[in-house]
Design a protein around this ligand. Structure first.
Ligand code: C2E
Ligand code: CA
Ligand code: CA
Ligand code: CA
Length: 278
């Protein structure tokens, strides 16, 4: 596995394993993809474990490449992040997500969309201003957009990223801490971050069984988030057993293949229509 240097420490960086020579070509094509609308916005519902409602979804980008077909995010996102190309992609995803929320509001639907943002975005002092500019351009409401920040992204250059996060929150957006449990943030830092929601990484959810250490870890994490006043989302819920356990542990929301795979926007709306309990 590749390793990357991080302030004197060598850390395991699984995302670097996915960078192959073919990704270099892909990267040069990404600019074209953004300009020519080869990207597609998929949505994965986030279901409330208390009442079954679906009032929010996560935006996940897909690249419909003219020759290669559907290119999965792991083949271009990590590399786009390392080279800064990601800001172009973030901008595209944010605008697409915002436009949808405006359209839904017109139809009387209120659905919040969570958009993934990367370390690179958060280190950029102008990022919050660009998000606000997009809100003005699209006419979207800040409350309809949530930004997912990975634990490690937030730890990278904390003084700048904290400033950017605070500016976003001051502008009415809300933040989730993504992939929780896989990064290296301290509790002290977590307490300083202006986040409203904690998303537990799939690694802690998949295959978890009642009566195991895995369950104890989930219970502790959910308890920790609740003590800090944050609702918890479990990622990667794939089985009914996991769903039942999460519900029993007081977890607030779940996302995962058991509920639905990420899907194009029209399918998402039809799915939601069928599954909303009221
Ligand atoms: P993530 O933010 O942790 O997103 C969740 C990933 O888990 C998605 O993969 C989703 O399809 C997948 N997933 C959801 N439920 C299940 C499940 O039950 N089982 C399993 N095995 N997987 C599940 P996807 O769409 O391939 O995206 C992978 C990663 O790429 C994302 O991880 C995120 O880090 C990144 N990504 C995707 N779209 C964007 C984007 O628009 N911007 C940025 N910056 N990153 C993105
Ligand atoms: Ca995410
Ligand atoms: Ca995640
Ligand atoms: Ca993840």
């Amino acid at each position: 596995a590749d390793r990357k240097r991080l302030s004197g420490w060598t850390v395991y960086a699984p995302e670097l394993e996915t960078v192959r020579p073919a990704d270099l070509t892909l990267l040069s094509e990404l600019k074209r993809a953004v300009e020519q609308d080869e990207l597609l916005l998929y949505l994965q519902p986030k279901v409330c474990l208390h009442d079954g409602s679906v009032r929010s979804a996560e935006a996940l980008v897909r690249w419909q490449h003219p020759e290669r077909g559907m290119v999965p995010p792991f083949q271009f996102i990590p590399f786009a992040e390392q080279t800064g190309r990601i800001s172009m992609l973030t901008h595209w995803v944010l605008r697409a997500a915002m436009r949808h929320t405006v359209e839904w509001r017109r139809e009387g639907l209120q659905i919040q969309v969570s958009v993934n943002v990367s370390t690179f975005d958060l280190r950029d002092q102008g990022f919050a201003q660009r998000v606000f500019q997009l809100l003005r351009e699209t006419g979207a409401r800040a409350e309809d957009v949530r930004l997912e920040v990975t634990e490690s992204a937030a730890m990278d250059d904390p003084s700048t990223t904290l400033k950017v996060m605070r500016a976003l929150v001051d502008g009415g957006l809300s933040l989730s801490i993504d992939d929780f449990g896989t990064g290296y943030s301290s509790l002290a830092y977590l307490q300083k971050m202006p986040v409203t929601e904690l998303k537990i990484d799939r690694a802690f959810v998949s295959g978890v069984r009642a009566g195991t250490d895995g369950e104890a870890l989930l219970r502790a994490t959910i308890g920790l988030a609740h003590v800090m006043g944050m609702p918890v989302v479990a990622e990667g819920c794939e089985t009914a057993e996991e769903w039942d356990l999460l519900q029993a542990l007081g977890c607030d929301y779940a996302q995962g293949y058991l509920i639905a795979r990420p899907m194009p926007v029209p399918q998402f709306l039809a799915w939601r229509e069928r599954h909303m309990p009221f």
